[in-house]
Design a protein around this ligand. Sequence first.
Ligand code: C2E
Ligand code: CA
Ligand code: CA
Ligand code: CA
Length: 279
Amino acid sequence: AKEQGRNSYQFYTEGMQDREVLRLELDRDLSQALANDEFVLYFQPQLNLETGRINSVEALIRWQHPVRGLLPPAEFIPLAEESGRITEIGRWVVRAACRQLTRWKGTPCEHLRIAVNLSGRELDDDTLIDHIRQTLNSEGVAPSRLEVELTEEIFIQNIEHNLNQLSQLHQLGVHLAIDDFGVGYSSLGYLRDFPVDLLKIDRSFITDVTERHDDAVITRAVINLAHNLGIQVVAEGVETEEQLHFLKAHRCNLVQGYLISCPIPAHDLEQALEEGILS
Ligand code: C2E
Ligand code: CA
Ligand code: CA
Ligand code: CA
């Protein structure tokens, strides 16, 4: 019977894709991750091209998995979106960002604004904005220190609901950035209707911006469009001096990418600002 049991187990694992087994295991582990405090935020600086200073950072989640090590979001966020656990994770992210802002008081990071990523799915939750308000309150953080990054998917479904949520967020004083701008399939009309503060031009336009005429044209057009609407522009995935030069010449407001810094732990960011490696 023992022999048979083992065989059926082997049949089961071999019959399934390794990926599927991994998914099931990760999903199980995710339910413990919050309780065990296994998530951590890394921070990637955004360089303000007008001032030459770092005034804001994007918070990017990592999962310190007890067995698999430090996992990037691509390995668990889609899973959490499917299972609905993303709601809890999002709340953790907002709280962790607010706590970090409090901890930074009296350090060279004291002036920073933190941008957090939220999934469209999280906006479905009617209590999200209240939760953000309460978290800011209880942590003693000014709403203007927080920014929320959402992708264009929120302009395709549940538009009325999402507009309502984001209007509340705007009234609260939290900034709104549109992430991965230009790769979604939504119309531009929402730029008229929604309280958008920043557009983040997707990395896919920046990568070849100095080599490809069409990417350059699109990037310039997005910058002009945004500026004419009173919206600031962030370029994502800036890796070379040439890209930086191009973006500066075309009055992009902020740049983010490996050229400035990759995402780093809070302590490393403090040190970099303290030592003037980043300013
Ligand atoms: P994103 O919001 O578009 O974040 C930018 C991603 O590009 C990050 O990957 C960042 O590490 C990477 N990156 C930054 N600079 C460069 C560069 O110069 N070159 C290249 N090749 N890549 C660069 P990461 O941290 O793996 O995050 C991937 C995605 O996971 C994010 O894309 C975001 O959609 C999602 N994500 C991250 N944190 C959270 C979170 O707290 N909540 C939710 N819902 N999603 C998150
Ligand atoms: Ca983002
Ligand atoms: Ca992005
Ligand atoms: Ca993305």
